[in-house]
Design a protein around this ligand. Structure first.
Ligand code: CP
Length: 310
C-alpha cells in the first residue's frame, strides 16, 4: 500500500469514535484492495504472521464471510468462534472466553455480540485490536463504511447529497452507524419509518424525520432500506408486518413515480415483500450486491490500517 497516513485509533469500535480523515483513509485504502481482489490472484502477503479471531455471539452471513475472506486475502491466519458451539453454553464468561482465545497468540478480534457496548468493554480489558462487527442496537461500523463507499462509487462525493434511511431506526445499529458516517461525509440525512420505530432523540443527531416513504423517495438521491428487527422487539411496535409492508414497503411502482433513478441499498438480510418487494430489490437501481462486494475491500482496508498502526 502506498499511503503513509495512519489510522487515528487502535480499534474500530464505531463510526462515532473515528474522524472524517480516518473514513477517507479507509476508502482510499479500499480502492487499492478492490483492485487487488479483482485480479486473478486475489491474495497479498500484507498480514502474514497476524492472527485474527472472528468471535460471533450472533448469527451472520455477510459480515462473517466478508471478514474471513478479507483476512484470508491479506494472508492472515484466521480462527472462527461461534457461541452456539462453544464453552459459553457451560457458563464461561465473555471476558474469559476472549482471554483464552487471545492467550493462543491472537492479534486482532472481530466481535459481534447482541449487547451494545461489548467491543468498547473489551477494548479496555484486553491487549488486541478490537473490530466491532455489530453490537446490539449500537453500531455496525464496517456496514456503514461499505454503504457510504458504495454510494460514493455511484454518486461521487456525498457532500450535500440527500440520503434517506427507511425502516426500523429504533433497533438498528446500521442506522446509527450510517447516520454518523453520512453526517461526517457532509450528506443530508433523513430517517423514515413508523413513529414507534423512530427514537425520540434522533433529531439531536442532525437528521430530519419523515413518516411518508413516497415523499422521502422523491426527496433523496439514495435510500438505505432496513429490516424490521423482530428479534430485538420485546413488545409489539407494529400491528403486523403486512401493515408495515402496506405503508412503508418499497416497490418498483413507487420507484417509477420518482422522476430520476435513485439508488436502493439494503444491508441484508432482506425480508422480501416486507421492507422491499422483489421487483425493487432486484431492480437496476438496486446496488445491494455491490454493497456486499465492496464489504470485502472495506474490511481488508480496516484490518490493514489497524495492523499497520501497531
Ligand atoms: N449486514 C449484515 O450485518 O448482515 P449479516 O447479519 O448477515 O452479517
Amino acid at each position: 500500500m502506498g499511503s503513509e497516513a495512519k489510522f487515528s485509533t487502535k480499534h474500530l469500535l464505531g463510526i462515532k469514535y473515528i474522524s472524517t480523515a480516518d473514513i477517507e483513509l479507509i476508502f482510499h485504502t479500499a480502492d487499492e484492495f478492490k483492485e487487488v481482489i479483482n485480479r486473478p490472484i486475489k491474495r497479498v502477503p500484507t498480514l502474514r504472521d497476524i492472527t485474527v479471531a472472528n468471535i460471533f455471539f450472533e448469527n451472520s452471513t455477510r459480515t462473517r464471510i466478508s471478514f474471513e475472506l478479507a483476512e484470508k486475502r491479506l494472508s492472515a491466519d484466521v480462527v472462527n468462534f461461534s457461541a452456539s458451539s462453544s464453552s459459553v453454553s457451560k457458563g464461561e464468561t465473555l471476558l474469559d472466553t476472549v482471554n483464552n482465545i487471545l492467550s493462543m497468540k491472537v492479534d486482532m478480534v472481530v466481535i459481534r455480540h447482541p449487547a451494545a457496548g461489548v467491543p468498547v468493554y473489551l477494548s479496555t480489558r484486553v491487549n488486541a485490536n478490537i473490530i466491532n462487527a455489530g453490537d446490539g442496537t449500537h453500531e455496525h461500523p464496517t456496514q456503514a463504511l461499505l454503504d457510504a463507499y458504495s454510494m460514493i462509487e455511484k454518486l461521487g462525493n456525498l457532500r450535500g447529497k440527500k440520503i434517506v434511511i427507511v425502516g426500523d431506526i429504533l433497533h438498528s445499529r446500521v442506522a446509527l452507524s450510517n447516520i454518523f458516517c453520512l453526517k461526517k461525509l457532509g450528506a443530508k440525512v433523513r430517517v423514515c419509518g413508523p413513529p414507534t420505530l423512530i427514537p425520540k432523540f434522533i433529531e439531536s443527531l442532525g437528521v430530519e424525520v419523515s413518516f411518508d416513504v413516497e415523499a422521502s423517495l422523491k426527496w433523496c438521491d439514495a435510500a438505505n432500506v432496513l429490516r424490521i428487527q423482530l428479534e430485538r422487539q420485546e413488545i409489539p411496535y407494529l400491528p403486523s408486518l403486512r401493515e408495515y409492508a402496506q405503508y412503508f414497503g418499497i416497490n418498483a411502482a413507487m420507484l417509477e413515480r420518482v422522476d430520476r433513478p435513485i439508488l436502493i441499498l439494503h444491508p441484508g438480510p432482506i425480508n422480501r415483500g416486507v421492507e422491499l418487494s422483489s421487483d425493487a430489490a432486484d431492480s437496476k437501481q438496486s446496488i445491494i450486491l455491490q454493497q456486499v462486494e465492496n464489504g470485502v475491500a472495506i474490511r481488508m482496508a480496516v484490518l490493514y490500517l489497524l495492523a499497520n498502526r501497531n
